[in-house]
Design a protein around this ligand. Sequence first.
Ligand SMILES: O=C(O)CCC(=O)C(=O)O
Length: 354
Amino acid sequence: MYGSNEVLDDSERTAFRRAEKQYKLYYESNSKKKKQPKHVDLSDALDFKNILESSNNNREIPPGIVPLSSDFGHPVFGLENRPGFYFIPGALSIEEQCGWIKESLISFPQPPNRTNHNAFYGPIHDLFVAAKEKKFLVEEESSEDVDDVKEWKLVEEHQVSSRGKACKSVPASVLLRKLRWSTLGLQFDWSKAGHHFSIRNYNVSLPHNKIPDALSEQAKRMAAPAMPNGEEFKPEAAIVNYFGLGDTLGGHLDDMEKDWSRPIVSMSLGCKAIFLLGGKSREDPPLAMFLRSGDVVLMAGEARECYHGVPRIFTDKENAEISALELQFSQEEDYYFLEYIKTSRININIRQVF
Ligand SMILES: O=C(O)CCC(=O)C(=O)O
């Protein structure tokens, strides 16, 4: 997935790329004051919150949107020309959203789960707590008999200066900000990703824990509208994507799982985003839609062959739409979660691999 983002052959010429550029965050170049984001026309983006409201009030809904009758307990919408795509607006309660945000910051990035920081720093334990406690990750003096093996260790702030100027260090809070992904369950190997003929796949020999039971149960419940009657979704792997201001997820396919009839269950948390759902070719103009905290998207069957990505997240007060989350976190008096999520979005996508 991340490998395919890097493929720049079709640069700006495809319809998908043009849509990404349309929604991406750019700043006004001649703004004398504080950096001003360029205005983006959002009028074409599908808004399932409005669509749900219209549907609940028997008002007309946009053409091509299909309310799906189900005994699921939440309204579910499909798209006429994208069979296998399901949108469940507001599927997660505010408590569930807060719970998954906390897990995504505290326990999901814990080893043996891997994160984008592994390649450089090796496994880091308790990054969120370390950031909260203003700790630093410092490079250990390499022992003489082990060439080129660098070890990094979390230490208190006051211990950094005592190590001398030559000692490399980075605040844990910076690493938390730069956390871009963590992988749960079967580990995805993107070590070879990043070039055209990348050999990226699940690597079953990498040490891993099972998907946590509670996440597995949540995913099974959410997957139901896309599952054949009587069959149960088997969560085996998950990727947690963390987005800060300006972060994007380029158009890609998730094609490493064996059975594409099984859905990918994708949960949105935190700041609102624009999701682009294209077709089977990057030349197909994608549909843009808002993803809010608590929304769940399922992609199964034909929809698994469709390019998709996230060109924008909104962190400003007006557009982020996280007031319910802010209220919940402020009641819990854990301001560090609140501070993080105010300018972030988290996506957890859960997959059946085999
Ligand atoms: O962030 C999202 O909502 C989409 C995530 C996604 O497309 C993926 O991880 O494959």
